[in-house]
Design a protein around this ligand. Structure first.
Ligand code: S3P
Length: 433
Protein backbone atom coordinates (compact mmCIF):
# COMPACT_ATOMS: atom_id res chain seq x y z
CA UNK A 1 0.00 0.00 0.00
CA UNK A 2 1.59 3.30 -0.99
CA UNK A 3 1.24 6.82 0.36
CA UNK A 4 1.74 10.37 -0.86
CA UNK A 5 3.95 12.84 0.92
CA UNK A 6 2.79 16.22 -0.36
CA UNK A 7 5.28 18.88 0.72
CA UNK A 8 4.53 22.60 0.81
CA UNK A 9 4.43 24.39 -2.55
CA UNK A 10 3.03 27.75 -3.53
CA UNK A 11 3.33 28.31 -7.26
CA UNK A 12 1.39 26.66 -10.04
CA UNK A 13 1.84 27.40 -13.72
CA UNK A 14 1.68 26.01 -17.22
CA UNK A 15 -0.67 24.53 -19.79
CA UNK A 16 -1.84 21.14 -18.62
CA UNK A 17 -3.70 18.34 -20.34
CA UNK A 18 -5.37 15.94 -17.94
CA UNK A 19 -6.28 12.39 -19.10
CA UNK A 20 -9.40 11.35 -20.94
CA UNK A 21 -12.87 11.35 -19.42
CA UNK A 22 -13.60 8.21 -17.42
CA UNK A 23 -17.34 8.11 -18.07
CA UNK A 24 -16.89 8.53 -21.82
CA UNK A 25 -14.02 6.00 -21.94
CA UNK A 26 -16.20 3.31 -20.30
CA UNK A 27 -19.05 3.99 -22.67
CA UNK A 28 -16.77 3.95 -25.73
CA UNK A 29 -15.78 0.37 -24.96
CA UNK A 30 -19.29 -0.82 -24.14
CA UNK A 31 -21.04 0.79 -27.09
CA UNK A 32 -18.14 0.28 -29.51
CA UNK A 33 -18.26 -3.44 -28.67
CA UNK A 34 -22.00 -3.59 -29.38
CA UNK A 35 -21.68 -1.73 -32.69
CA UNK A 36 -21.30 -3.07 -36.20
CA UNK A 37 -17.88 -2.21 -37.59
CA UNK A 38 -14.68 -0.79 -36.18
CA UNK A 39 -14.75 1.99 -33.61
CA UNK A 40 -11.53 3.93 -33.20
CA UNK A 41 -11.18 5.72 -29.88
CA UNK A 42 -8.55 8.38 -29.18
CA UNK A 43 -7.79 10.00 -25.85
CA UNK A 44 -8.97 6.87 -24.00
CA UNK A 45 -8.34 6.97 -20.25
CA UNK A 46 -5.56 4.50 -19.44
CA UNK A 47 -6.81 4.23 -15.86
CA UNK A 48 -7.61 0.96 -14.12
CA UNK A 49 -11.38 1.56 -14.11
CA UNK A 50 -11.67 2.03 -17.85
CA UNK A 51 -9.27 -0.88 -18.38
CA UNK A 52 -11.53 -3.10 -16.26
CA UNK A 53 -14.33 -2.43 -18.73
CA UNK A 54 -12.00 -3.03 -21.66
CA UNK A 55 -10.80 -6.38 -20.27
CA UNK A 56 -14.36 -7.48 -19.49
CA UNK A 57 -15.43 -6.97 -23.11
CA UNK A 58 -12.32 -8.75 -24.33
CA UNK A 59 -13.32 -11.63 -22.04
CA UNK A 60 -16.69 -11.64 -23.84
CA UNK A 61 -15.00 -12.23 -27.19
CA UNK A 62 -14.58 -8.67 -28.46
CA UNK A 63 -11.28 -7.97 -30.20
CA UNK A 64 -9.96 -4.74 -28.71
CA UNK A 65 -6.47 -3.43 -29.44
CA UNK A 66 -4.86 -0.64 -27.44
CA UNK A 67 -1.76 1.42 -28.06
CA UNK A 68 -1.52 3.96 -25.28
CA UNK A 69 -4.66 6.07 -25.41
CA UNK A 70 -5.67 4.85 -28.88
CA UNK A 71 -8.09 1.96 -28.85
CA UNK A 72 -9.53 -0.01 -31.75
CA UNK A 73 -12.70 -1.96 -31.07
CA UNK A 74 -13.87 -4.59 -33.53
CA UNK A 75 -17.58 -4.39 -32.75
CA UNK A 76 -19.54 -7.63 -32.59
CA UNK A 77 -23.02 -6.12 -32.93
CA UNK A 78 -25.71 -5.92 -30.30
CA UNK A 79 -26.10 -9.71 -30.03
CA UNK A 80 -22.48 -10.74 -30.58
CA UNK A 81 -21.10 -11.02 -27.04
CA UNK A 82 -19.89 -14.46 -25.91
CA UNK A 83 -20.09 -16.09 -22.50
CA UNK A 84 -16.94 -15.22 -20.52
CA UNK A 85 -14.93 -18.12 -19.11
CA UNK A 86 -15.08 -16.91 -15.52
CA UNK A 87 -16.44 -14.05 -13.40
CA UNK A 88 -15.85 -10.54 -14.80
CA UNK A 89 -13.69 -8.63 -12.32
CA UNK A 90 -14.55 -4.94 -12.46
CA UNK A 91 -12.09 -3.88 -9.78
CA UNK A 92 -13.01 -0.56 -8.17
CA UNK A 93 -15.38 0.55 -10.89
CA UNK A 94 -18.99 1.36 -10.03
CA UNK A 95 -19.64 2.61 -13.55
CA UNK A 96 -18.51 -0.70 -15.08
CA UNK A 97 -20.66 -2.90 -12.87
CA UNK A 98 -23.79 -0.75 -13.00
CA UNK A 99 -23.80 -0.06 -16.73
CA UNK A 100 -22.74 -3.57 -17.66
CA UNK A 101 -25.51 -5.12 -15.55
CA UNK A 102 -27.96 -3.51 -17.96
CA UNK A 103 -26.25 -5.05 -20.97
CA UNK A 104 -25.62 -8.44 -19.37
CA UNK A 105 -29.13 -8.88 -17.98
CA UNK A 106 -30.24 -9.25 -21.60
CA UNK A 107 -27.68 -11.76 -22.86
CA UNK A 108 -28.29 -15.40 -23.69
CA UNK A 109 -25.56 -16.51 -21.23
CA UNK A 110 -25.16 -16.47 -17.44
CA UNK A 111 -22.39 -14.39 -15.91
CA UNK A 112 -21.02 -13.14 -12.63
CA UNK A 113 -19.78 -9.60 -11.90
CA UNK A 114 -17.31 -9.13 -9.07
CA UNK A 115 -15.17 -6.27 -7.75
CA UNK A 116 -12.66 -5.20 -5.11
CA UNK A 117 -13.35 -4.60 -1.42
CA UNK A 118 -14.75 -1.10 -1.98
CA UNK A 119 -16.99 -2.10 -4.92
CA UNK A 120 -18.24 -5.12 -2.96
CA UNK A 121 -19.72 -2.73 -0.38
CA UNK A 122 -21.55 -0.47 -2.82
CA UNK A 123 -25.33 -0.54 -3.32
CA UNK A 124 -26.53 -2.37 -6.41
CA UNK A 125 -30.26 -2.54 -5.52
CA UNK A 126 -30.62 0.68 -7.49
CA UNK A 127 -29.86 -1.22 -10.72
CA UNK A 128 -31.17 -4.65 -9.71
CA UNK A 129 -34.68 -3.33 -8.99
CA UNK A 130 -35.44 -1.73 -12.37
CA UNK A 131 -33.74 -4.58 -14.21
CA UNK A 132 -35.93 -7.09 -12.36
CA UNK A 133 -38.96 -5.01 -13.34
CA UNK A 134 -37.83 -5.50 -16.94
CA UNK A 135 -37.67 -9.28 -16.45
CA UNK A 136 -34.01 -9.79 -15.50
CA UNK A 137 -32.92 -12.49 -13.08
CA UNK A 138 -30.12 -11.27 -10.80
CA UNK A 139 -28.80 -12.62 -7.50
CA UNK A 140 -26.67 -10.47 -5.23
CA UNK A 141 -25.12 -10.47 -1.81
CA UNK A 142 -27.93 -8.60 -0.08
CA UNK A 143 -28.00 -5.88 -2.75
CA UNK A 144 -24.22 -5.77 -3.10
CA UNK A 145 -21.76 -7.48 -5.49
CA UNK A 146 -21.08 -10.17 -6.57
CA UNK A 147 -23.96 -10.03 -9.03
CA UNK A 148 -24.99 -13.32 -10.59
CA UNK A 149 -27.00 -12.73 -13.72
CA UNK A 150 -29.02 -15.54 -15.27
CA UNK A 151 -29.15 -15.14 -19.03
CA UNK A 152 -31.81 -16.11 -21.52
CA UNK A 153 -34.48 -13.70 -20.31
CA UNK A 154 -36.57 -11.64 -22.72
CA UNK A 155 -36.67 -8.15 -21.23
CA UNK A 156 -39.64 -5.83 -21.58
CA UNK A 157 -39.40 -2.04 -21.72
CA UNK A 158 -40.42 -0.03 -18.66
CA UNK A 159 -41.06 3.55 -17.69
CA UNK A 160 -38.77 4.13 -14.76
CA UNK A 161 -38.74 7.12 -12.39
CA UNK A 162 -35.23 7.29 -10.97
CA UNK A 163 -35.45 7.45 -7.16
CA UNK A 164 -31.98 9.09 -7.05
CA UNK A 165 -30.31 11.36 -9.59
CA UNK A 166 -27.88 8.79 -10.98
CA UNK A 167 -26.41 8.62 -14.45
CA UNK A 168 -25.25 5.08 -13.78
CA UNK A 169 -28.78 3.86 -13.07
CA UNK A 170 -30.23 5.85 -15.98
CA UNK A 171 -27.61 4.38 -18.31
CA UNK A 172 -28.09 0.85 -17.00
CA UNK A 173 -31.83 0.95 -17.71
CA UNK A 174 -31.36 2.52 -21.15
CA UNK A 175 -28.72 -0.07 -22.10
CA UNK A 176 -31.05 -2.89 -21.03
CA UNK A 177 -33.71 -1.09 -23.07
CA UNK A 178 -31.66 -1.69 -26.23
CA UNK A 179 -32.62 -5.36 -25.87
CA UNK A 180 -36.13 -4.94 -24.45
CA UNK A 181 -39.41 -5.37 -26.23
CA UNK A 182 -41.06 -1.99 -26.77
CA UNK A 183 -40.13 1.38 -25.30
CA UNK A 184 -37.92 2.01 -22.30
CA UNK A 185 -38.15 5.45 -20.69
CA UNK A 186 -36.27 6.89 -17.75
CA UNK A 187 -37.30 10.03 -15.91
CA UNK A 188 -34.68 11.72 -13.76
CA UNK A 189 -35.36 13.93 -10.73
CA UNK A 190 -32.50 16.26 -11.71
CA UNK A 191 -30.17 16.40 -14.72
CA UNK A 192 -27.29 13.89 -14.59
CA UNK A 193 -24.44 13.30 -17.02
CA UNK A 194 -25.83 12.43 -20.43
CA UNK A 195 -22.87 10.76 -22.14
CA UNK A 196 -24.80 7.54 -22.77
CA UNK A 197 -27.57 9.35 -24.61
CA UNK A 198 -25.07 11.40 -26.63
CA UNK A 199 -22.96 8.40 -27.59
CA UNK A 200 -25.96 6.25 -28.51
CA UNK A 201 -27.09 9.03 -30.84
CA UNK A 202 -23.55 9.31 -32.25
CA UNK A 203 -23.71 5.60 -33.05
CA UNK A 204 -26.97 6.10 -34.89
CA UNK A 205 -29.47 4.99 -32.23
CA UNK A 206 -32.66 6.99 -31.84
CA UNK A 207 -32.81 8.31 -28.27
CA UNK A 208 -35.71 10.64 -27.62
CA UNK A 209 -34.99 13.24 -24.96
CA UNK A 210 -37.82 15.36 -23.70
CA UNK A 211 -37.05 17.52 -20.69
CA UNK A 212 -36.11 15.13 -17.91
CA UNK A 213 -37.24 11.97 -19.75
CA UNK A 214 -35.17 9.79 -22.09
CA UNK A 215 -36.77 7.06 -24.20
CA UNK A 216 -35.59 4.49 -26.69
CA UNK A 217 -37.11 1.51 -28.46
CA UNK A 218 -35.43 -1.88 -28.24
CA UNK A 219 -34.30 -3.92 -31.20
CA UNK A 220 -32.21 -1.35 -33.10
CA UNK A 221 -28.57 -1.46 -34.10
CA UNK A 222 -25.46 0.59 -33.44
CA UNK A 223 -23.05 1.64 -36.17
CA UNK A 224 -19.35 2.14 -35.41
CA UNK A 225 -17.85 5.60 -35.53
CA UNK A 226 -14.77 7.48 -34.35
CA UNK A 227 -14.78 8.64 -30.74
CA UNK A 228 -12.45 11.35 -29.41
CA UNK A 229 -12.46 11.34 -25.63
CA UNK A 230 -12.04 14.85 -24.18
CA UNK A 231 -10.11 15.54 -20.95
CA UNK A 232 -12.00 14.65 -17.79
CA UNK A 233 -13.42 17.64 -15.92
CA UNK A 234 -13.38 15.50 -12.76
CA UNK A 235 -9.59 15.21 -13.04
CA UNK A 236 -9.25 18.84 -14.12
CA UNK A 237 -11.13 19.83 -10.93
CA UNK A 238 -8.09 19.06 -8.75
CA UNK A 239 -6.08 21.60 -10.72
CA UNK A 240 -8.91 24.14 -10.73
CA UNK A 241 -8.96 24.02 -6.94
CA UNK A 242 -5.16 23.90 -6.76
CA UNK A 243 -4.86 27.08 -8.84
CA UNK A 244 -7.57 28.86 -6.84
CA UNK A 245 -5.85 28.20 -3.51
CA UNK A 246 -2.18 28.47 -4.54
CA UNK A 247 -0.64 31.83 -3.57
CA UNK A 248 0.77 32.27 -7.09
CA UNK A 249 -1.06 30.46 -9.82
CA UNK A 250 -1.95 30.88 -13.45
CA UNK A 251 -2.69 27.67 -15.31
CA UNK A 252 -4.64 26.63 -18.37
CA UNK A 253 -6.29 23.23 -18.62
CA UNK A 254 -6.55 22.20 -22.25
CA UNK A 255 -9.44 20.50 -24.04
CA UNK A 256 -11.61 19.83 -20.99
CA UNK A 257 -15.08 18.36 -21.44
CA UNK A 258 -17.59 21.07 -20.49
CA UNK A 259 -20.74 19.07 -21.15
CA UNK A 260 -23.34 21.12 -19.21
CA UNK A 261 -24.26 18.05 -17.13
CA UNK A 262 -20.71 18.03 -15.75
CA UNK A 263 -19.83 21.67 -15.12
CA UNK A 264 -21.21 22.08 -11.58
CA UNK A 265 -17.68 22.43 -10.23
CA UNK A 266 -17.05 25.48 -12.43
CA UNK A 267 -20.28 27.08 -11.20
CA UNK A 268 -19.52 26.30 -7.55
CA UNK A 269 -15.98 27.68 -7.75
CA UNK A 270 -17.18 30.80 -9.58
CA UNK A 271 -19.81 31.38 -6.88
CA UNK A 272 -16.96 31.15 -4.37
CA UNK A 273 -15.08 33.86 -6.27
CA UNK A 274 -12.73 31.82 -8.46
CA UNK A 275 -10.88 33.64 -11.21
CA UNK A 276 -11.79 31.10 -13.87
CA UNK A 277 -12.45 31.68 -17.56
CA UNK A 278 -13.18 29.34 -20.45
CA UNK A 279 -12.07 29.89 -24.03
CA UNK A 280 -11.65 28.12 -27.34
CA UNK A 281 -14.99 26.37 -26.94
CA UNK A 282 -15.58 23.69 -29.58
CA UNK A 283 -17.71 20.61 -30.19
CA UNK A 284 -16.14 17.25 -30.95
CA UNK A 285 -18.18 14.10 -31.46
CA UNK A 286 -21.24 15.47 -29.71
CA UNK A 287 -19.32 16.66 -26.63
CA UNK A 288 -18.34 20.26 -25.75
CA UNK A 289 -14.71 21.11 -24.99
CA UNK A 290 -12.95 24.25 -23.80
CA UNK A 291 -9.66 25.46 -22.39
CA UNK A 292 -10.00 26.63 -18.80
CA UNK A 293 -7.73 29.28 -17.27
CA UNK A 294 -7.59 29.58 -13.48
CA UNK A 295 -5.61 32.09 -11.44
CA UNK A 296 -5.04 32.44 -7.68
CA UNK A 297 -8.31 33.54 -6.15
CA UNK A 298 -9.68 34.90 -2.91
CA UNK A 299 -12.42 32.43 -2.23
CA UNK A 300 -15.43 33.00 0.00
CA UNK A 301 -17.68 30.44 1.68
CA UNK A 302 -21.12 29.82 0.15
CA UNK A 303 -24.20 27.67 0.60
CA UNK A 304 -23.80 25.42 -2.43
CA UNK A 305 -27.06 25.40 -4.44
CA UNK A 306 -28.55 21.89 -4.25
CA UNK A 307 -29.35 22.05 -7.97
CA UNK A 308 -25.60 21.93 -8.64
CA UNK A 309 -25.00 18.77 -6.59
CA UNK A 310 -25.59 16.12 -9.30
CA UNK A 311 -23.63 18.26 -11.77
CA UNK A 312 -20.56 18.26 -9.52
CA UNK A 313 -21.05 14.97 -7.72
CA UNK A 314 -17.49 13.65 -8.14
CA UNK A 315 -15.80 16.97 -7.47
CA UNK A 316 -16.86 17.57 -3.87
CA UNK A 317 -13.71 16.22 -2.22
CA UNK A 318 -11.75 18.86 -4.16
CA UNK A 319 -14.40 21.52 -3.49
CA UNK A 320 -14.07 20.80 0.26
CA UNK A 321 -10.38 21.73 0.02
CA UNK A 322 -11.38 24.99 -1.70
CA UNK A 323 -13.93 25.59 1.08
CA UNK A 324 -11.21 25.05 3.70
CA UNK A 325 -9.21 27.87 2.13
CA UNK A 326 -12.19 30.20 1.70
CA UNK A 327 -13.19 33.06 3.93
CA UNK A 328 -16.23 32.10 6.02
CA UNK A 329 -18.43 29.04 6.04
CA UNK A 330 -19.34 26.74 3.17
CA UNK A 331 -22.43 24.59 3.54
CA UNK A 332 -23.26 21.58 1.41
CA UNK A 333 -26.65 19.88 1.70
CA UNK A 334 -28.62 17.49 -0.51
CA UNK A 335 -25.52 15.39 -1.19
CA UNK A 336 -26.26 12.10 0.59
CA UNK A 337 -25.04 10.23 -2.50
CA UNK A 338 -21.49 11.17 -1.48
CA UNK A 339 -21.79 8.61 1.29
CA UNK A 340 -21.99 5.71 -1.20
CA UNK A 341 -19.15 6.59 -3.55
CA UNK A 342 -15.77 4.80 -3.53
CA UNK A 343 -15.76 5.76 0.17
CA UNK A 344 -18.13 7.73 2.42
CA UNK A 345 -16.78 10.98 1.02
CA UNK A 346 -18.48 13.18 3.62
CA UNK A 347 -17.04 11.36 6.63
CA UNK A 348 -13.65 10.57 5.12
CA UNK A 349 -13.10 14.18 4.01
CA UNK A 350 -14.31 15.48 7.39
CA UNK A 351 -11.82 13.22 9.19
CA UNK A 352 -8.97 14.40 6.97
CA UNK A 353 -9.90 18.07 7.33
CA UNK A 354 -9.95 17.68 11.12
CA UNK A 355 -6.43 16.25 10.98
CA UNK A 356 -5.43 19.48 9.20
CA UNK A 357 -7.16 21.61 11.84
CA UNK A 358 -10.11 22.67 9.69
CA UNK A 359 -13.32 23.04 11.68
CA UNK A 360 -16.20 21.13 10.15
CA UNK A 361 -19.57 19.65 11.01
CA UNK A 362 -20.81 16.49 9.34
CA UNK A 363 -24.47 16.54 8.28
CA UNK A 364 -26.53 13.56 7.23
CA UNK A 365 -26.58 14.83 3.65
CA UNK A 366 -23.58 17.13 3.53
CA UNK A 367 -21.08 19.11 5.56
CA UNK A 368 -20.35 22.56 6.97
CA UNK A 369 -16.76 23.71 6.57
CA UNK A 370 -15.28 26.73 8.29
CA UNK A 371 -12.56 28.26 6.15
CA UNK A 372 -9.24 28.64 7.95
CA UNK A 373 -5.56 27.86 7.89
CA UNK A 374 -4.27 24.29 7.48
CA UNK A 375 -2.34 23.35 10.64
CA UNK A 376 0.47 20.87 11.17
CA UNK A 377 -1.22 17.50 10.49
CA UNK A 378 -1.93 15.61 13.71
CA UNK A 379 -1.83 12.24 11.91
CA UNK A 380 -1.55 10.63 8.51
CA UNK A 381 -4.66 11.19 6.39
CA UNK A 382 -6.51 7.99 5.48
CA UNK A 383 -7.85 8.02 1.93
CA UNK A 384 -9.81 4.79 2.48
CA UNK A 385 -8.44 3.78 -0.93
CA UNK A 386 -10.55 6.48 -2.59
CA UNK A 387 -8.68 8.09 -5.50
CA UNK A 388 -10.44 11.43 -5.25
CA UNK A 389 -9.76 11.73 -1.50
CA UNK A 390 -6.04 11.10 -2.10
CA UNK A 391 -5.75 13.70 -4.86
CA UNK A 392 -7.77 16.32 -2.96
CA UNK A 393 -5.53 16.23 0.09
CA UNK A 394 -2.42 16.27 -2.10
CA UNK A 395 -3.63 19.60 -3.50
CA UNK A 396 -4.08 21.00 0.03
CA UNK A 397 -0.26 21.09 0.24
CA UNK A 398 -0.41 24.37 -1.67
CA UNK A 399 -1.67 26.04 1.50
CA UNK A 400 -0.02 23.96 4.22
CA UNK A 401 3.33 24.82 5.81
CA UNK A 402 4.01 21.17 6.66
CA UNK A 403 4.13 17.98 4.60
CA UNK A 404 0.82 16.14 4.39
CA UNK A 405 0.94 12.34 4.37
CA UNK A 406 -1.92 10.51 2.71
CA UNK A 407 -2.25 6.78 3.08
CA UNK A 408 -3.59 4.22 0.58
CA UNK A 409 -3.18 6.18 -2.63
CA UNK A 410 -2.91 3.17 -4.99
CA UNK A 411 -6.36 3.78 -6.44
CA UNK A 412 -5.32 7.10 -7.97
CA UNK A 413 -4.45 4.74 -10.83
CA UNK A 414 -8.17 4.09 -11.41
CA UNK A 415 -8.82 7.55 -12.84
CA UNK A 416 -5.62 9.62 -13.09
CA UNK A 417 -2.52 7.47 -13.66
CA UNK A 418 -0.11 10.41 -14.22
CA UNK A 419 -1.44 12.60 -11.40
CA UNK A 420 1.87 12.88 -9.52
CA UNK A 421 3.91 13.56 -12.64
CA UNK A 422 1.53 16.21 -14.00
CA UNK A 423 1.11 17.86 -10.59
CA UNK A 424 4.84 18.12 -10.07
CA UNK A 425 5.36 19.50 -13.58
CA UNK A 426 2.97 22.33 -12.65
CA UNK A 427 4.67 23.14 -9.34
CA UNK A 428 3.33 20.77 -6.68
CA UNK A 429 5.76 18.69 -4.66
CA UNK A 430 4.33 15.19 -4.25
CA UNK A 431 6.27 11.97 -3.74
CA UNK A 432 4.73 8.53 -3.73
CA UNK A 433 6.43 6.09 -1.39
C1 S3P B 1 -20.88 8.11 -13.45
C2 S3P B 1 -21.95 8.58 -12.73
C3 S3P B 1 -21.83 9.06 -11.33
C4 S3P B 1 -20.40 9.35 -10.96
C5 S3P B 1 -19.47 8.26 -11.39
C6 S3P B 1 -19.52 8.10 -12.89
C7 S3P B 1 -21.10 7.64 -14.84
O1 S3P B 1 -22.33 8.08 -10.46
O2 S3P B 1 -20.28 9.53 -9.56
O3 S3P B 1 -18.13 8.57 -11.00
O4 S3P B 1 -20.12 7.48 -15.58
O5 S3P B 1 -22.27 7.43 -15.20
P1 S3P B 1 -23.90 8.02 -10.03
O6 S3P B 1 -24.67 7.64 -11.21
O7 S3P B 1 -23.94 6.98 -8.96
O8 S3P B 1 -24.21 9.40 -9.52
Amino acid sequence: MSKFIASPASTLSGELKVPGDKSISHRSIMLGSLSHGITKVSGFLEGEDALSTLKAFQAMGVKIEREGDNVTIHGVGINGLKKPEGPLDLGNSGTSIRLMSGILAAQAFDCELIGDESLSKRPMGRVINPLKDMGAVIDSNDGKPPLKITGGQQLTGIHYDLPVASAQVKSCVLLAGLYAQGDTCVTEPAPTRDHTERMLKGLGYDVRVNDNQMCLTGGGELTATEIQVPSDISSAAFFMVAACIAPQADITLLGVNINPTRTGVIDVLKLMGARLTTSNQREIGGELLADIRIQSSELKGIHIPESLVPLAIDEFPAVFIAASCAKGETILTGAKELRVKESDRIQVMADGLSILGIENEVLDDGIKIQGGQFQKPTAMIESHHDHRISMSFAVASLRCDYPIEINGVDNVMTSFPNFVELSNSAGLNIVEV
